[in-house]
Design a protein around this ligand. Sequence first.
Ligand code: CA2
Length: 149
Amino acid sequence: MTKIMVLNGPNLNMVGIREKNIYGTMSFHDIIELIGEEAKKRGIEADCRQSNHEGDLVDWIQEAYFAQYDGIVMNPGAYTHTSIAIADAVKAIAPVPVVEVHISDIDEREAFRHISYAAPYCIAQIKGHGVKGYIEAMDLIIRHQEQAD
Ligand code: CA2
């Protein structure tokens, strides 16, 4: 069975509680439940994780490689704009496909959010599509895997 890791970085557990105008009203718990339901519909497994710690995200990206996951859907939160360690980890696990997701459109926000260190090593970046961006990212990985088969 296709197995995808869904990684979320710092503060994503706060969506739906604060800054609803930017991130929407859906709680993080409900987002994870939705991703699980959509994965089930597609006959795949989504292993969803969230951490406020950069090293956890690096460890999980490496785990996805060693445990032979089929791909990663990743919203690194603010680490998107700061973390060379996460970018290096994504680069290191090639050719495992990684899709970067942002709920908000980072290019329409503050200048410091315009840079993503990991994006050059991802097969795609989805931004500003809200929560459905995670589902689109999952579909991109499924399609990518079908093309490889
Ligand atoms: O748009 C996205 O998905 C982001 O990755 C979300 C990050 C932000 O740092 C990125 O620039 C874009 C923030 C995660 C949620 O942070 C919250 C902060 C306050 C209240 C609720 C959520």
